[in-house]
Design a protein around this ligand. Sequence first.
Ligand code: MGD
Ligand code: MGD
Ligand code: MO
Length: 704
Amino acid sequence: MTSEVQRIPTGCPHDCGGKCVLIAHVRNGVIERITSDEGEEPQVRACQRGRAYRQRVYHPDRLKYPLKRSGPRGSGQFIRISWDEALDTVAGELLRVKQRYGPEAILCASGPGSLTHLHRTPQVASRFFHMWGGCARLRGARSTQAIADATRYTYGVEAASHDIEDIYNSRLALLWSWNSAETVFGTNTTWHLRQARERGTRMVVIDPRYTDTAALLADQSRYIGIVPGTDAALMVAMAYVMLEEGLADRAFLERYTLGFDQFAAYVLGEADGLPKTPAWAEAITGVPQATIRELARDYATTKPAALLLGFGMQRAAYGEQPCRAGMALAAMTGNIGLPGGSPAGMFQRSSPVPKLPVPPNPVSATIPYQLWAEAFLQGRAGGFETDVQLVYISGNNLLNQQAHINKGRQALLKPETIVVHEQFLTPTARYADIVLPITTHLEREDIATIWHMGHWAIYMNQAIEPMYECRSDLAIFTELAKRLGISGFNDRTDREWLRAFAAEGGIPDFDQLRARGVYHFPQSQPHIAFRKQIADPEHHPFPTPSGKIEIYSPALAKLGHPDVPPIPKYIVPWEGRDQSREHPLQLLSPHGKTTALSTYANIPWVQEVEPHRLWINPRDAATRGIADGDKVRVFNSRGTTMVRAWLTQRIMPGVVSLDHGHWLAPNDDGADTAGSVNVLTRDQGTVLGDGATYHSCLAEVART
Ligand SMILES: Nc1nc2c(c(=O)[nH]1)N[C@H]1C(S)=C(S)[C@@H](COP(=O)(O)OP(=O)(O)OC[C@H]3O[C@@H](n4cnc5c(=O)[nH]c(N)nc54)[C@H](O)[C@@H]3O)O[C@H]1N2
Ligand SMILES: Nc1nc2c(c(=O)[nH]1)N[C@H]1C(S)=C(S)[C@@H](COP(=O)(O)OP(=O)(O)OC[C@H]3O[C@@H](n4cnc5c(=O)[nH]c(N)nc54)[C@H](O)[C@@H]3O)O[C@H]1N2
Ligand SMILES: [Mo]
């Protein structure tokens, strides 16, 4: 029997920087192929990951049934159990631990597995735990903590950016630690940047790696390689040039900012006797003085110009500083609040469509994400806020994706109980006592909205029936809520929730949304951050304590912490250049195109796009006797990983790079054999908010 092929509009749920339209071609309940948006322009078209999803749904390693551990923790030995036994066991453990140790002994470690509006992994789990009396949480955003902190201290809000459609108004764009060609950063971002460039917007890319973005967008000789961790020095020297050459927009600074003079005193060396000249910065950043001067002049005299900060450089020691320094430059050039400019704040645009509601958490205990393993091992005795006894993980490859995996492996032996909701037996799931198999988005219904494109909504129709015995996180927590007597956790069908979200979000026709698969909220003009504050400062002060852009922050001064000074400064990072003879190479671990975090690392079609390799400059390779394609050991005091080397001029000497997200595969000696970079990274947080600092990491490389 053959039936017609149905074309079912759905989308991608993972945290890849996008969210795109997928069309599932389904016959007799089986997906035969996946294509993308074929509607009107601009389309929301998917990349290779979404298009390869058939291989993920039908992967032989999909988790099929509930599992119970049958060997030692981490051994990967499990037996199949029934759903009734699994749910009774989980409910029983939750009750036992809560009664014995209190709710703060339960850590809800939900992550970004699905970032949609209904089956949103962090939201679903949080709703359950918060309604049940609370739980301990992980704090400190791994993605954006430092830039969010910097934006808040400078502008009084966490996010401050323009819609990407405004890029057509920019004459110049500085893409600083920004790699949207790979990190997506909003589905159509690179498409708009490319079109703007063709229409005359000049573009500069500043990154230790000559990324795909540099190749695609940087004008000739407008790629600037920089020593990792030194961006604040380059920015401060640009400020020096602007001051020296009288290029700063004095009227703007006077009218809208607080404390520019203190910053200028630091820049000119009046405060510490050290003028932050281009020569000073060249020695630190590796960027030639002439380039620094030219960049400063160009940015100060080409108006409007957009300084756009990616998140790479702030996922590092003192990541707050380059962000605050960038914001100071945006103010010095008067590029805030006008079309074509940019406040250099955190990029974000939220959606009017609501998400599954989450009540407040009655428990206040938190542990920093960066120090989760230390916190498990030390607990209250080590000064942490709680002793974790039960870890509840959903949508999170905790072990693989946090710094210092080897410490994490010890830490996961400590709690009494570990429950994991997963689609695959990830390195983290291997440590679970109970593993519950989860549907993919193609087996359920949802709404997604796009990073930085909150004015678009995607309807994700269910394409096929749930595979094997898989259930959604929401369905599982609904069952647990019944067992634990939580009333009102979920008394709607998925469709009823989604219909309500769409209506509340102002989408006029739900059935049309489902049929078309995508909805574009009408808007006449792209969003421009702080337009009102600049046009009419009398009536619209900035939402900071002073009502101004706080280049000098009295709140930071009050904190009195030398590592977050009240004005932006260059601070020598830990594990920076020339700090170790034993492990001299700076190791970056960026977000690569073949995964969304650690998702897709096991999907052959996606991995074919680009082999997983260590980027190393031929000069560094030569001194180590390494040839292209050689298998190398990358190591430091925290661990060792093995991977093939790629000799390339696309990375500067002294720096190596290995995309994160590849699944830990330790050998008998404890060395990882899969290029899982977090065996090497350091577990230390940024100063203000315990943000991630993966990029401040030194290592050495040798042939195996
Ligand atoms: N393909 C893909 N896209 C993704 C993701 C993914 O896993 N895969 N993840 C998504 C998520 S969750 C996030 S948070 C974002 C992350 O987005 P980002 O944080 O912006 O991405 P990264 O690749 O970590 O860093 C961007 C660039 O910064 C550069 N960089 C590193 N250190 C420095 C430095 O000191 N100075 C300068 N100037 N540049 C530096 C890196 O070489 C890299 O090219 O991406 C999202 N998009
Ligand atoms: N070295 C280094 N490490 C990094 C970074 C870096 O720049 N460098 N970046 C960090 C950043 S920004 C982030 S955001 C983190 C993220 O790291 P994680 O939070 O660990 O995110 P993922 O690796 O995507 O893991 C999500 C898991 O959810 C599962 N999943 C997918 N859909 C569902 C679902 O519907 N339900 C359930 N229960 N599970 C689902 C997937 O199979 C996957 O294993 O990684 C961080 N790690
Ligand atoms: Mo992230």
